[in-house]
Design a protein around this ligand. Structure first.
Ligand code: FES
Ligand code: FES
Length: 190
């Protein structure tokens, strides 16, 4: 049997952190590999490459996904935000600032995914999306510690910085309320 596999390539366009990129990619490549290997954006980390750890979390068309599980060719034309795109003009987003203030990291390997995930969590709560632990499905979820733990449960931290991470997300949610509902990158621009 012929063991040779001939790669098939496709031309795609991705807008990453506001910048358009046209590239030719192997149709088997994940978004994570394209970001890291082709575009040099190594902030998103490859922890497990199996959708288990969340280190590769990015925002894809405004929703968080595991970059290691998303085929790049399936997202031609997509808008992506990586951890490199959360700050604006050197100003940290509220989520980033809260992680610094609350020591929400130790080695930092999981942190890019945690930051992207937490940014999406604030947005999801503001949109009224319930989680598995939301009690009142009729009103906007309150991001208490149970909600934060549940919503961030796809992002593992090998160092055990969870106490700081939960405190940071809680604080960022409070800052978001105080700023009139601006989340993530929007608030960094304000
Ligand atoms: S590297 Fe994608 S979930 Fe672990
Ligand atoms: S800070 Fe080290 S894995 Fe989370």
């Amino acid at each position: 049997m012929d063991s040779e596999v001939t790669p098939i390539h496709a031309d795609i366009t991705l807008t990453v952190n506001g910048q358009e990129h046209r590239l030719t990619t192997d149709t088997r490549a994940s978004l994570l590999d394209v970001l890291r290997e082709d575009l040099g954006l190594t902030g998103s980390k490859k922890g497990c490459d199996h959708g288990q750890c969340g280190a590769c979390t990015i925002l894809l068309d405004g929703r968080r996904v595991n970059g290691c599980l998303a085929l790049a060719v399936a997202h031609d034309g997509a808008e992506i935000v990586t951890v490199e795109g959360l700050a604006r003009d050197g100003r940290l987003s509220p989520v980033q600032k809260a992680f610094v203030d609350h020591d929400g990291f130790q080695c930092g390997y999981c942190t890019p995914g945690q930051l992207c995930s937490a940014t999406a969590v604030l947005d999801e709560a503001e949109r009224g999306w319930p989680s598995a632990v939301t009690q009142d499905l009729g009103s906007e979820p309150v991001l208490d510690e149970d909600e934060i733990r549940e919503r961030m449960s796809g992002n593992l931290c090998r160092c055990g910085a969870y106490v700081g991470i939960v405190a940071a997300v809680k604080d960022a949610a409070a800052r978001e309320k105080a700023s009139g509902g601006k989340t993530g990158r929007e608030a960094a621009e304000a």
